[in-house]
Design a protein around this ligand. Structure first.
Ligand code: IDP
Ligand code: MG
Length: 156
């Protein structure tokens, strides 16, 4: 796959949706020049959250609270594409703990300090984990292929 076709999974968590930050967050990814490949508003099931999405965190003390938080309302699940989008998406989000996030990042600009309410998710450690996470939320047919008219202006 071409480097500028890298894809990542991003989700705006229930607090981000309830606080009306969906447009602001999408705007940042659009302005950066990433291409929106898929998006849906979904109330994630406990089964998806517990047994798939957050399975790696199941032994952590905050796991039950995390599942409850993510299941407390709708989330906006998205797939974004572009050069280094996995790593850059992580930088745009900021640190897990909003208090450690730098100005200009989503978790710094829209949050005070609570790690348990950090408005946005990314599967950020690798392209492979992003792909694995994406396939839990989207069927292949839901990923939309089109060429952005800005593509050649962004990538030369
Ligand atoms: P990340 O979302 O920045 O990748 P992870 O360590 O993968 O962070 O943790 C997943 C999610 O679990 C975090 O986004 C946050 O919602 C929650 N979480 C992580 N650490 C804590 C904690 O110490 N207390 C409460 N929730 C936490
Ligand atoms: Mg993580």
């Amino acid at each position: 796959m071409a480097a500028n076709c890298e894809r990542t999974f991003i989700a705006i968590k229930p607090d981000g949706v309830q606080r009306g930050l969906v447009g602001e967050i999408i705007k940042r990814f659009e302005q950066k020049g990433f291409r929106l490949v898929a998006m849906k508003l979904v109330h994630a099931s406990e089964d998806l959250l517990q047994n798939s999405h957050y399975i790696d965190l199941k032994d952590r003390p905050f796991y039950p609270g995390l599942v409850k938080y993510m299941n407390s309302g709708p989330v906006v699940a998205m797939v974004w594409e572009g050069l280094n989008v996995v790593k850059t998406g992580r930088v745009m989000l900021g640190e897990t703990n909003p208090a450690d996030s730098k100005p200009g990042t989503i978790r710094c600009d829209f949050l005070q300090f609570k790690v348990g309410r950090n408005i946005i998710h990314t599967a950020s450690d690798s392209v492979e984990s992003a792909q694995k996470r994406r396939s839990l939320w989207f069927k292949p047919a839901e990923l939309v292929d089109y060429k952005s008219c800005a593509h050649d202006w962004i990538y030369e």
